[in-house]
Design a binder for this molecule. Sequence first.
Ligand SMILES: Cc1cc2nc3c(=O)[nH]c(=O)nc-3n(C[C@H](O)[C@H](O)[C@H](O)COP(=O)(O)OP(=O)(O)OC[C@H]3O[C@@H](n4cnc5c(N)ncnc54)[C@H](O)[C@@H]3O)c2cc1C
Length: 477
Amino acid sequence: MGATWIHGIGGSPVYKIAQEIDSMKSDEPWECMDGFLDDPITIDENGYVLNPSLVDPISILFKNLMDFAQGKRISIGDVICAKDGNGNGSVGSFLRKGLEDYWELESRKLNGHGSWNGNGNDSWNRKLLEEAIFAMHENTQRTYTSANDLYNLDYNAESEYVMCTGEEITIAKGYSSIIESLASVLPSGVIQLGKKVCKIEWHPESEVGIIENDHDDARPVKLHFLDGSTLSADHVIVTVSLGVLKAGIHDSEDSGMLKFNPPLPDYKTEAISRLGYGVVNKLFMQLSPEFPDLDQFPFLQLVFHQSDSKVKNPKIPWWIRKTASVSPIYRNSRVLLSWFAGEEALKLETLSDEVILDEVSTTLSEFLLNSSDSHEQCNVNVTKNSSKVDLVKVLKTKWSNDPLFLGSYSYIAVGSSGCDMDTLAEPLTKSGSHPLQILFAGEATHRTHYSTTHGAYFSGIREANRLLEHYQSMGYN
Ligand SMILES: Cc1cc2nc3c(=O)[nH]c(=O)nc-3n(C[C@H](O)[C@H](O)[C@H](O)COP(=O)(O)OP(=O)(O)OC[C@H]3O[C@@H](n4cnc5c(N)ncnc54)[C@H](O)[C@@H]3O)c2cc1C
């Protein structure tokens, strides 16, 4: 339902653990266990299979632009993409400028004869199709970053982000095997589940003198749980999501959200407010047992028309129109997976299974059943004798509505910067007789590896080391 991928095996602590505990092998099939996702078929919303000669140049353009934005390449051939011309400094404006430049160069090459009708569909000229293909890649990028709108994703921060090197792979025995392994070294009873913290009492440096009178055991931090119990501590490492922190500072006193008493200092709450935290949801769908040839269900890239025009397919609901792909979770699997981000992901959370089944099934039918000639060309002919792609079951995530997450992962929004993540990571308090009362870890506190499990892991190690160094500096071994 959540993390599945090791985003680069080089230097990934998650990969190291997975290898050590033999989690990279399984007798059962697992999500993305084969290279199936390397071989997509791209179809437009009216059922026309798009030729790779049309799709590939736009896919390459998009990849080159993102590589440039992420600092992985220093130029993009003839496409002009200087930072200076980058509108409001967002990834979205940078990408669209790159597309405009590409079109300008192409039209110069064609001496102004740029209009082209492809795939037998008179209504879609080449430029509209290219824009729709570009938008498909933008929508994939939205799910990578969790930004509802790439115009809200900061451009400068993009090149600060660090990917682990090497292959991106999934864990055969699943991510829970990693968590179980990490938890297994702790003494039993240390992890207490079902204990929601609603308040963290702490003592700013100016107040440390009164601690001894305040708590019986003289420990400076007091956790208040929702069940009424409390726990005093010398140090607390807070790892709740950025969404939970945001809700705590923005909601009213009695909302049940995590509160700090006294409230976090302004510089912290301002950083929390500025940083981006979005929602990404997964939708799993099971094909009916009657579905004919499973091996023919493709890794389907979905191309939707962008402008309001007659070629927009009225049978497809708006909340599916920013979904970039549908694919079996491995070759021949009856289970399909799609990703949703932002507003569409929020809408998905509100829909009943029946509505989802009906509307996704209609959409897939529009893509796969409409134009059998084109399909035969690309061997997507499995469904041509059916009236509808029949789905029998769905399973969706609801990360935004889960009060323990309130979203999926963080990003650097326009108006914030990596410095805000460093600010979030700063401990309270740094000096005084009771230093390091509240420490902060979790993916949103890692300036270069945010939004990932390994970023979360690194941040936990960072804060554990901070405490170790503190006690070592006091003479403890
Ligand atoms: C759909 C989806 C797909 C993803 N895919 C990948 C992937 O493939 N690879 C990857 O590397 N990353 C992926 N991620 C991101 C990854 O899951 C997160 O970056 C990572 O889990 C963050 O870990 P964390 O410890 O910072 O926070 P979280 O995982 O959010 O953990 C925070 C914990 O705090 C607890 N909590 C919250 N409020 C309270 C409270 N008041 N009292 C007590 N406890 C509380 C929560 O229950 C939770 O256990 C994905 C995330 C999502 C949502």
